[in-house]
Design a protein around this ligand. Structure first.
Ligand code: HEC
Ligand code: HEC
Length: 622
């Protein structure tokens, strides 16, 4: 069964129904079966407060401190709202474990709030929260609140299992709580029912170990109020009212507006130390010509530009790519691909030049081979090539006895060549790819309405577009789609349908990322500097069915969507998300949907559609 997600409510008359209100609205509905009134303008649901304080009272009634002595840890436990936490243990940063049992203080004169923040290094909303760690514990309550970061996964969304993993991820996470522990199973997810967006806060009372509240991705003021109110209630005091949330443009809470500001156009791509000509204008100019030169294909009909056409946003507007033949995946745009940590839907290359060696020899794409490419460079571009690589002139490719017309490893002609000549051709092939990268690095898009809005022109967006962004945040899209290109560059399973012509599910990154390490050219002799270090899970099955989050900048031009290209419109994508992916058991996909993948009521998906206009990327091609 699918659980219906949070109701995300439209702003009217200068008030936004906050994400916390929505979370509680949903919760109220789940607990009491009543979700009737329009909550716009209300403070967070009072009935839940009542329930929480009742739970607190019950707990004090059945005190776990008898005659001044602590009772044993309760045995009737489960991970749920208003239930007693089981005595969980988590591996800790720095070694050892964080054990809930050691925090149980039934005879303490006053309760402590154990404030758990489930977080992940891939996740944009989490990183915002991590960067504001200093403000999470309300001022003046430092001795009453213990913040614990529970980390699910790293920046690529590889699960964090051990203390050693935590040590590796610490820097990716940024500022963090004094206690950081690993929780790859996201054990608090059952508290959130349908709304399990990260960062996910859970408040536990140390005297009873009762789960008192939860809140996903809260506005800072709401979190602060919530903690203050819990402390007051636990002390038997009247809780202070919720503080007003500060809205920018009377619409976006500060956490989301901060994230919006980062959704502005990307600057120059990060340096690629593995490619010495990455930023050479001569290389970029040659790369531009090669990119659309069909003469490098033996059939004379396919070039990179066939599937990455400038007039189609550097994609092809097809469901699945068609070169020499039809493939199994959708062609992504190459706009801003130069900023990605990984290439391809499955991450099987991690530099643009490594990527570019693939299509040439792919029999259904360009259908060429490295010897053919090298000969064409010799015949068509020798001078320009040698101007870019003055210390590495082309080998004597005109010597047909040494350099046959066609060939790649596995072909008889290639395998009969002298190893030194093979090595020379490999270098030419790799350098052609590096030249293509130089071109791809020059592509960018013009600023649009979104850039004007975040630059301070609040008239740049329509109310519907702002509402779309509001849903984008409150439905949890910004966990994975954030920053200048609206992507985390990480791998996720959200059960999009396969594009494979045989109908089988596409295994995605569990195969692709593993191939990265056996890539023929991912070796020091081809690289001008060090490759990034990539940490893979022990069991690659973890990444089965996971794909790299595509950027949404420029997505207007890249429909149809998804790795299989079978979601025609943004509305179809939103519908897919509304259901949290294809049902388990559907043969068109594999693996489990991640618990933080949004699911939301269908009526909100249409409100996402105005975003299409906002994520337009009018191309700038030098
Ligand atoms: C037949 C169509 C086709 C041709 C020709 C083609 N590509 Fe692609 N390109 C694709 C498809 C499909 C993918 C995604 C494949 C995958 O992920 O398995 C892709 C992926 C890419 C990516 C990765 C983008 C990303 O965000 O993952 C880049 C960069 C790229 N191609 C550049 C090139 C270059 C350079 C050439 C020419 C050497 C080229 N492509 C030729 C179809 C094509
Ligand atoms: C858990 C991370 C995650 C979340 C949350 C998420 N996405 Fe995605 N998004 C992805 C990944 C991964 C893909 C590619 C999936 C595939 O093809 O298998 C994707 C694909 C897309 C695409 C298709 C883009 C293209 O070029 O094909 C769109 C549009 C999109 N997401 C929008 C959204 C919206 C809107 C939301 C919120 C309702 C959202 N995403 C939430 C990770 C995420």
């Amino acid at each position: 069964m699918k659980i219906e997600g949070p109701r995300v409510v439209r702003r009217r008359g200068g008030k936004v129904a906050s994400s916390i209100t929505s979370g509680l609205m949903f919760l109220g509905a789940a607990l009491y079966g009543a979700c009737s009134s329009d909550p716009v303008g209300q403070t967070p649901d009072a009935s839940v407060d009542a329930a929480a304080s009742d739970a607190g009272k019950d707990a004090t009634k059945t005190s776990l401190c008898i005659d001044g002595k602590p009772s044993p840890y309760p045995t009737d436990t489960k991970i749920d709202l208003f239930a007693t936490m089981p005595p969980l243990e988590f591996p800790k940063l720095g070694g050892g474990t964080y054990a809930l049992a050691s925090k149980f203080e039934p005879c303490a004169p006053r309760s402590k709030i154990l404030l758990f923040r489930t977080t992940a290094a891939f996740c944009g909303t989490c990183l915002w929260s991590q960067n504001h760690t200093a403000d999470v514990i309300p001022k003046g309550l430092e001795d009453r609140v213990e913040l614990v970061d529970l980390v699910v996964s790293d920046k690529n969304n590889v699960l964090v299992q051990t203390s050693d993993d935590l040590a590796r991820v610490e820097a990716e996470l940024g500022p963090h709580a004094a206690t950081v522990a690993a929780d790859p199973a996201y054990r608090f997810q059952s508290v959130g029912l349908g709304d399990r967006r990260l960062p996910f806060f859970v408040l536990v009372d140390s005297r009873t170990m009762l789960v008192r509240r939860f809140v996903p991705d809260p506005e800072p003021e709401t979190l602060d109020s919530m903690v203050r109110r819990e402390v007051a209630m636990l002390d038997g005091n009247v809780p202070p009212p919720f503080a007003d949330v500060k809205y920018v443009d009377e619409f976006f809470p500060t956490n989301h507006f901060d994230m919006l500001k980062e959704m502005t156009l990307p600057g120059a791509p990060p340096k690629d130390p593995t490619n010495a000509v990455a930023d050479s204008p001569l290389a970029a100019a040659l790369g531009k010509d090669i990119f659309s030169d069909t003469r490098l294909a033996p059939n004379g009909a396919v070039a990179c530009a066939t599937c990455h056409a400038q007039d189609k946003g550097f994609a092809d507007a097809k469901a699945r790519a068609v070169g020499v033949a039809e493939g199994d995946r959708n062609s992504p745009s190459i706009l801003y691909a130069s900023h990605s940590r990984f290439q391809f839907w499955d991450g099987r290359a991690d530099t643009l030049w490594l990527q570019a060696t693939g299509p040439f020899e792919n029999p259904i794409e360009v259908g060429s081979n490295r010897l053919f490419v090298a000969h064409k460079i010799y015949a068509l571009y020798k001078d320009r090539y040698e101007a870019i690589f003055p210390t590495s002139p082309l080998p004597p490719l005109n010597d047909g006895a040494r350099f046959p017309a066609n060939g790649k490893p596995g072909d008889a002609a290639w395998d009969a060549m002298a190893p030194a000549d093979q090595a020379a051709v490999n270098q030419v092939f790799v350098r052609v790819a590096k030249v293509l990268e130089a071109f791809e690095r020059t592509l960018s898009a013009k600023g649009n309405q979104l850039d004007r809005y975040v630059g301070g022109d609040f008239s740049a967006l329509t109310e519907d577009q702002k509402q779309g962004l509001h849903i984008f945040f409150t439905a949890g899209c910004a966990q994975c789609h954030y920053g200048p290109r609206l992507t985390d560059d990480a791998f996720h399973n959200i059960r999009f349908p396969t594009g494979r012509r045989d109908g089988k599910p596409d295994l995605g990154a569990s195969v692709g990322l593993a191939q990265l390490f056996t890539h023929e050219f991912r070796k020091p002799e081809y690289a001008d500097g060090a490759f990034q270090s990539v940490f893979l899970p022990k069991d690659m099955k973890e990444l089965e069915g996971a794909f790299r989050t595509p950027q949404l900048r420029g997505m207007t031009a890249t429909a149809p969507y998804g790795h299989g290209g079978n979601l025609a419109t943004l509305d179809d994508v939103a519908k897919h998300y509304g259901l949290a992916g294809l049902e388990e058991g559907d043969p068109r996909t594999i693996g489990k949907s991640e618990p933080w993948v949004p699911n939301f009521v269908d009526e909100h998906r249409r409100e996402l559609v105005p975003l299409l206009e906002l994520f337009k990327g009018e191309l700038v091609v030098p």
